[in-house]
Design a protein around this ligand. Sequence first.
Ligand code: G1P
Length: 286
Amino acid sequence: MRLKKAVFPAAGFGTRFLPATKAIPKEMLPLVDKPLIQYAVEEAKASGLEEMIIVTGMGKTAIEDHFDTSFELEILLKEKGKLDLLNMIENVSGLVHFAYTRQKKPLGLGHAISITKNLINDEAFAVFLGDDIIDSKTPAMKQMAGVFEKYGTSILAVQRVSKKDAHLYGIIKGEKVSPGVWRVSDLVEKPKENPPSNLAIIGRYILTPGIFNALEKTAPGRGGEIQLTDALKHLLETEDIYAFEFEGNRYDAGDKLGFLKANVSLALKRPDLRADFKRFLKDLDI
Ligand code: G1P
């Protein structure tokens, strides 16, 4: 089974970034000079995925425009001889194939996945939560695809978190079956207390099509929303699920502090900015 399709839920209101996100989708906030969602799409492409399915909502047309051809801009850049910029712009629009579907009501991550059913058909697919930026040698989803090849089940990306942060994540319980791989036996979405482990789900999933049936059985959970974690618990009734601790640095760019950390770290990796930015940071009187 080869993975071809990637789903990017992008219908949320981005309330954590108001007022910046009042008229601009959160997914379009730039990390250094690229919108958040482009990092996830590039990771998907580098992991061999070909079809990007973006779940949008009201006020998200900038995402579609971003991945579209910008004919006038391309002509302008060509005329001015700015070929490096032209190349960069063409790379964005020509990345891969895009499909868009709209989540008409904010009913949660599980609901966003459920509305992609007709676009997915009967195959396993990848899910990327664009808030989670993963900087790694091998793209995180590519690492996961290797685990999927071995087990052929749904695979959840996990990372260890401290007990005090467990309430921010879906937490799994599992039995370790090989280095970095657990067979999942239970999951809890954002446990208020007593998390079943320190393994937190990070926003990368490979899901089997069985998830759609499981989602149908899933009642609204935390925050009154259809939670993907709850649907995965239903999926466990009929299928195995494995969790995989990927290699790489992950930033929660959906959080203000995480967003700042991601900007600083990624800027420091950029050859065109690194030296000057480092000097600036060193000179800060803090
Ligand atoms: C979502 C999932 C949660 C997961 C997290 C990873 O929560 O519901 O299980 O741990 O993404 O980023 P959110 O952060 O969207 O509230």
